[in-house]
Design a protein around this ligand. Sequence first.
Ligand SMILES: Nc1ncnc2c1ncn2[C@@H]1O[C@H](COP(=O)(O)OP(=O)(O)OP(=O)(O)O)[C@@H](O)[C@H]1O
Ligand SMILES: [Mg+2]
Length: 252
Amino acid sequence: MNNSQSIILEARGLNKRFGGLIAVDDVSISVHKLGVTSIIGPNGAGKSTLFNLLSGTFLPDGGSVELDGVEITRLSPEERLFFGMARSFQITNLFFDLTVIDNLRIASQILEPRSYLYLPLRKSKIAYKRANELLEEFGLEESRDQLAGALSHGQQRRLEIAVTLATRPKLLLLDEPTQGMSQVDTHETADLIKRVGANTTVLLIEHDVELVMDLSKTVFVMAQGRKLAEGAPAEVRQNPLVQAAYFGEELA
Ligand SMILES: Nc1ncnc2c1ncn2[C@@H]1O[C@H](COP(=O)(O)OP(=O)(O)OP(=O)(O)O)[C@@H](O)[C@H]1O
Ligand SMILES: [Mg+2]
């Protein structure tokens, strides 16, 4: 299906400058519903900046963003959450001195009716139920009462993904969720992302090219702020521009 109804995220002509540097240069992307769509590219290509524009962390100098047909270009990240967009950060974003279950309960709190938002966590029944679902789904039951700061790196990244899913977003943006992970943790996380992609659209930034090729239905390649190529993994891999700019050394 290639019609507009199957598109969940549509960014047109996005631009972002930092002083004299053009970090994102006229980038347009369309993300289709469900599965995993990935953005790859060398360090400094503008991937995280593009995410920041899509998620509302930065406002663009030009261009627009639509989520499921709604223009959200100038909405804050919190407002975007209500429209169904959630994101993780390249740097961990957990409360290290709270337990695993409490991290999940806080993240789930938004599901409560507004009048419940300021009640003690233990009274937030909807949030509590959602937190327990996520514990189970992400295999974190045994770490339930551990402090997030005491978890292994792999478990922390897993908890982070669980936290971002607390509000049942339609679209989840993940910025290098496997960064710094061991190979075993990376593979587990990849499986997890694949499973998440069955019910939620995932837009993923990832350094590990093999992982991306295996996981994604569509891949966007960025280099020096611009979109260099897009398509199915096999197509992108064959693209001479991509070969030269990105895969050259690794795959030649
Ligand atoms: N807040 C900022 N202020 C100034 N320059 C920035 C800022 N954020 C990013 N940049 C610059 O913009 C360019 C793109 O950076 P960005 O972090 O988007 O790249 P990236 O593709 O995510 O890289 P990496 O793979 O290293 O995470 C880089 O030259 C970076 O130094
Ligand atoms: Mg980055």
